[in-house]
Design a protein. Structure first.
Length: 157
């Protein structure tokens, strides 16, 4: 299942960034289940329940968050504020929604929550409780100028 989820995350993230944000991304090798050092100033999380249950998190550096939300809203932002946080939450929502669509038929359907967004610098990430039946995978993505991460902690219901 881990490979299936990774493929869904990569496909959903690429699709949303290219079609909605006009930004090409390149996925890197998943970082796995160990603590990871990442650079993040804005993190948005979406809970999923159903065929696949867990949390999808989008970790962005401030400069990329500003660029993406400016593209999404056609407005300029000089700093990460509530509007930028709302925009990052919407981007995470679109990624989780795309994953939900990729689950396909109703037997595999999942529900997603509204986004939770946290603003503040994070230099490492460690989720306790990840285990074989509920693995955690961090996938790094690269744009022309930035690296960001999509983190998924999930299991099959």
């Amino acid at each position: 299942m881990e490979t299936e989820v990774q493929e869904m995350v990569v496909a959903a993230t690429g699709e949303i960034f290219e079609t909605m944000l006009f930004t090409e991304v390149l996925a890197g090798e998943p970082l796995g289940d160990e603590p990871a050092v990442i650079a993040s100033d804005v993190t948005a999380q979406i809970a999923m329940s159903g065929h696949i249950s867990g949390i999808v998190s989008l970790h962005l550096p401030a400069a990329l968050a500003l660029e993406l939300v400016s593209t999404l809203t056609a407005a300029e932002f000089a700093e990460v504020n509530d509007q930028v946080c709302d925009g990052v939450g919407e981007i995470a929502n679109m990624i989780a929604g795309s994953m939900k669509t990729k689950l396909g038929d109703l037997e595999r359907q999942a529900d997603i929550s509204i986004p939770t967004v946290v603003r503040g610098t994070m230099e490492w990430l460690h989720v306790k409780g990840a285990k074989a039946e509920f693995p955690r995978v961090i996938i790094p993505f690269r744009t022309d100028a930035h690296t960001f991460h999509v983190d998924i902690l999930c299991g099959r219901s």
